[in-house]
Design a binder for this molecule. Sequence first.
Ligand code: AMP
Length: 598
Amino acid sequence: MAVDSGLPSPMGPPASERDAKALQLIEEMTRNPGAVQEKVLREILSQNAETEYLRRYGLGGAIDRDTFKARVPVVTYEDLQPEIQRIANGDRSPIFSSHPISEFLTSSGTSAGERKLMPTIHEELDRRQLLYSLLMPVMNLYVPGLDKGKGLYFLFVKAETKTPGGLVARPVLTSYYKSEHFKTRPYDPYNVYTSPNAAILCPDSFQSMYAQMLCGLLARRQVLRVGAVFASGLLRAIRFLQLHWPQLAHDIRNGTLNPRITDLSIQDCMHGVLKPDPDLADFVCKQCEGENWDRIITRIWPNTKYLDVIVTGAMAQYIPTLDYYSGGLPLACTMYASSECYFGLNLKPMSKPSEVSYTIMPNMAYFEFILLGESAPSLSRNSPPRLVDLADVEMGKEYELVITTYAGLCRYRVGDILRVAGFHNSSPQFEFVRRKNVLLSVDSDKTDEAELQKAIENASVLLREFDTSVVEYTSYADTKTIPGHYVIFWELMVRDPANSPSRDMLDRCCLAMEESLNSVYRQGRVTDNSIGPLEIRVVKNGTFEKLMDYAISRGASINQYKVPRCVNFTPIMELLDSRVTSAHFSPALLHWTPERLH
Ligand code: AMP
């Protein structure tokens, strides 16, 4: 039992033989990342030697790193789009991978307004499961007794579609939760969820959330950790409780199930656990009926030791709200992953959000890094880019992540910027710095500057009949509301004050902007309800000049000053808010259908 995990632990040895094995694997992988990475690359290149993609670059069966680096270009999604389109249309030839493409994973990153489609192969599920299997052994080193209760996790599947060629396209977590790996996972006392599979797998988000919340309330004393994948998901659950506690309490009091729950599998499993419990119903009413929701998580689930949610990257904006609802419980960010590839895990999950770093597991894929500040021309195909290997990154430096996966992505730029914050054994640990080119995000949506600009242009067309134009704009993601929403500040030039834009027209401008935003945003608005209505705040004339004066007073150069297209610095927000003349919200739900797969 007493196998030395090598991991710094306040707790001593691993909790079980199985944990010891998992920790041992982490040790082995991180002791010599260079050798593991070479082996991974050789495996990928031999497996995919006969693919159209590798043949195109004349690898001729070579599986060594130098030939690979010299011949295969660094690419973005847009470079691969023609091949991805062919696969989507039904081409089953080995384009990227010698293994059949089992499905497409729909990323929350978009290209030309639509979700990126990531081809994947069946064996990748094993790799994802392997990374999941390492999380609890690490957590058990820091938090004792997690086998004595349950985890209340809000997990969801999303709509899935088919490409014209018949491949399923769905988010990576939907794929994982629907897999046998998840559904028939063996019992593990350290990983018992309050949510039954039937609730997690119900595609109707209301029914799924309702059942998961009900189960969480029924098991409130057993709950030891509360979580969701991202912080925004957990806050949605709290908001759901605010809206629906009377019905939930009613069901608990009477042992009945809300008639809105029509999913037969959920009905089946809930009937087994629901019996009248007036005491619990009174308790829920007492906690929820007031205005004060401070520490609601610990009041309802008093044995919670930590919240398991990602609060790094764009999710950091939710930390104060989570602290409010939980009374400052530890926030555990356990892993770093994407649709393209699962990358790694946090070996000190109890560290403060600002100190979180992720250890990339060298057996997941082949990883390279572009040192930030390297100019784009050095990445042209004529002069081979200078990419650094996982084993060679340097402390304190920032890099863009590039991956080569078993599913056949080669030297693919993920778009994430990471900073080396330390090492575990010889493997680097990375702070997540940011995603490239993301201006606004409240959930998994990512809106870049060009998309915002286009949306503003489309909306301003409506102002023409009022002879009005948008002279300046900026934006911010307001995450104080749940769900969060985009706020756009507009300074208008109204040429004829007698014919200024009506309220109704400005409301419609909000809608026009939303209609122009990418499909992840629209899905968040329409089906997931994870993003609130977009708001336009019209500001007095001269406001953006004041903004510039302020920036210059703080040292900005007049020559180089550019209006920030997104703001979050409090004095600037105060300045903008103090000059708002009217606020407008998007009046209606917009259009989103999952069928638009190219
Ligand atoms: P998706 O392609 O929708 O699966 O999103 C993957 C992206 O989510 C990653 O490339 C990151 O930008 C972001 N992400 C995933 N895990 C984390 C994390 N632990 N911290 C910050 N951002 C993350």
